[in-house]
Design a protein around this ligand. Sequence first.
Ligand SMILES: O=C(O)[C@@H](CO)OP(=O)(O)O
Length: 248
Amino acid sequence: MHKLVLIRHGQSQWNLENRFSGWADIDLTEQGVAEAREAGQLLKQAGFSFDLAHTSRLTRAVRTLWHVQDEMDAMWIPVVTDWRLNERHYGGLTGLNKAETAARFGDEQVKIWRRSYDTPPPPQDRAENPAVGDPRYADLAPEQIPDTECLKDTVERVLPYWHESLAPAIKAGRKVVVAAHGNSLRALVKYLDNISDEDIVELNIPNGVPLVYEFDDELRPLRHYYLGDAEAIAAKLAAVANQGKAKA
Ligand SMILES: O=C(O)[C@@H](CO)OP(=O)(O)O
C-alpha cells in the first residue's frame, strides 16, 4: 500500500483578513505557524515519516512545509518547489475582501467565482499581476503566467504534475508530503476521488490539517482521512465555506 500526505498551508495574513490571495505571496500568521507545527506533531505521533517533499513557489506553503519538517526532524529531505502547485490565480479579485465582494456582487456570484469548476474570476491587469517579473517564475514562459484561473485551469496544470512527478515517486516507494493550497489541492483531490464538476463546488480544505491518502499498487485511492480532532476540523471546514458570504 502507498501513502501520500497533503497539507494546505496554515492560516495566512490574508486568510485572517478574509482577502482573496491567489498568487499574491502572503506569509503565515502566528496562528498559521502554530497550525503547521501541530500538523508536524500529529504526523510524527501517528508514525509518519517522509523522504521527499513537494511544495509551491509561494511562501505560505513553503514555510508550512519547513515547520512540518522541523517538527518531524526531517529538514534534510529533498524539497521540490514547483509553480504548478501554486494556489489558483484569483485574477481581478486578488487582494479584495471576500465578504465585501459578496456584499457587492452577491453570495451566489462569489460562490461561483470561488468554487465553480469552470467560471474564472475577471482577469487581473498584467501590470498588477504579482507574478510578472518575479524571479521565482523565471522558468515560465510569459504566457504560462495566468491572468486568472478557474478550477479547471488549475486542474490542467496540477494533473500533469501528478502524472509526471508525484505519482511516479509514490509508485517507486517514496514517502511523499505535499504542502500546497486550498484550490491546488481541490484540483488534485477532484482527480483522485473522481469528484464530479458539480460536487466539487461543495468541497473545501482546511488550513494546516494533514490529509492522508492510501492507494493500492496502481495508485487507486483506497481511503483518505484527516489527522486531528474531527470537531475542530469540521469547524475549520465550515469557516472556509462561510468566508465568501456577506456579513449579516
Ligand atoms: O484566497 C485564496 O487564494 C483561496 C485560499 O485561501 O481562497 P478561497 O478559499 O476563497 O478559494
